[in-house]
Design a protein around this ligand. Structure first.
Ligand code: ATP
Length: 321
């Protein structure tokens, strides 16, 4: 695009331009990840026909390393059925976050396959992956622009009109996110997403509401507010599967509790793979996968694994000790 055309585009359709940049950035990130993580993957990855035929996530004999010859994950196989809460636990450096990034399609395996509904994640276009699976971590970016721009980033262009379906109960229960309500279209979706994460109160009190400039130089947001914007983006993007890299939050306890309640509502009704850096958050998961030295050493429920007396029981004892 020429400079003149770029300026004209910025004047006529700034949001569309941002969305395209965002798309290109995401594609570039995934491409870079493929370069880093994969030697054998075909260069035409991004097969538009590779739509998932379901929601189950499956890792099949996955190997991955950041550097050639140094595998961080080895022979990892696991299945996450739709609606499951799975916790990944294990010692520091075992490969939990790395596995989470692979399950979210950020990196592709060096060998083996990660599939979503039978289709290989690394062969899907980045925007298709993003519409189904999201990685939630502690990096909560508030971009320079209005609060509205920051939220619209989460909506693919096709959904900038009325939408039709919602994956998550949190969205349904809070005023019709993703239900395409006749009442308000995109504007109503943005407010409902803010309400779903308890951010509508402070957002309405901003001097110019959704048009308030945030990010560097704009209205300063607290870390908790920035995290709420990230969660609201998640409600808008509405992926059915979330990989949650647990926040070891810098928030004060009250703000952290408040945010945890919002997060719980966002997780409701979705498949969740939670990377539990602290063991107590794994306790309630349907399935716990113990990652040790790049391998899955144990899989099962909390009581089952404590009774089995293996690696999880040892971790549990040491945590209690
Ligand atoms: P923790 O609980 O401490 O976060 P983890 O189990 O999540 O640990 P990973 O973060 O997945 O472990 O790290 C697994 C290994 O991969 C470690 O040796 C780590 O140093 C390495 N590693 C992680 N991220 C990268 C990266 N981006 N580039 C190179 N090496 C990395």
């Amino acid at each position: 695009m020429t400079t003149g055309a770029l300026i004209a585009q910025m004047l006529v359709d700034p949001v569309g331009l941002i969305l395209r940049w965002y798309d290109e950035l995401q594609v570039a990130q995934v491409s870079l990840a493929r370069l880093v993580g994969v030697r054998d993957i075909e260069p035409d990855a991004g097969d538009a026909s590779a739509e998932p035929g379901g929601r189950d996530v499956h890792a099949d004999t996955v190997h991955f390393g950041y550097r050639e010859g140094v595998d961080v994950l080895r022979e990892v196989s696991l299945r996450v059925p739709p609606g499951t809460r799975m916790a990944l636990v294990g010692p520091s450096g075992a490969g939990k976050s790395t596995l989470g990034r692979l399950l979210a399609g950020i990196y592709a395996p060096r060998a083996g396959r990660i599939t979503l509904g039978g289709a290989e994640l690394s062969r899907m276009p980045a925007e298709v992956v993003r519409s189904h699976v999201a990685l939630v971590n502690q990096e909560h970016h508030v971009f320079v622009g209005s609060l509205r721009d920051n939220l619209l980033l989460a909506l693919p262009p096709a959904r900038l009109g009325p939408s039709t379906e919602s994956h998550g109960a949190a969205a349904d229960g809070d005023g019709g996110v993703g239900t395409g309500s006749a009442a308000g279209g995109v504007e109503a979706e943005l407010w409902a997403a803010l309400a779903a994460v308890d951010a509508d109160g402070w957002a309405r009190a901003l001097p110019e509401g959704l048009d308030t400039e945030v990010g560097s130089g704009g209205t300063a947001l607290t870390p908790a507010q920035a995290q709420q914007i990230a969660l609201a983006r998640l409600v808008l993007a509405d992926p059915h599967t979330l990989v949650l890299d647990e926040a070891t939050s810098l928030l004060d306890p009250r703000a952290a509790r408040h945010l945890e309640r919002s997060l719980a509502r966002v997780l409701d009704g979705r498949t969740v793979v939670a990377i539990a850096h602290r063991l107590h958050t794994a306790h309630d998961a349907d399935v716990i996968a113990v990652v040790e030295n790049g391998r899955i050493s144990e899989l099962g429920g909390h009581d089952e694994l404590v009774t089995a007396g293996g690696p999880y029981a040892a971790l549990w004892r040491s945590w209690h000790g």
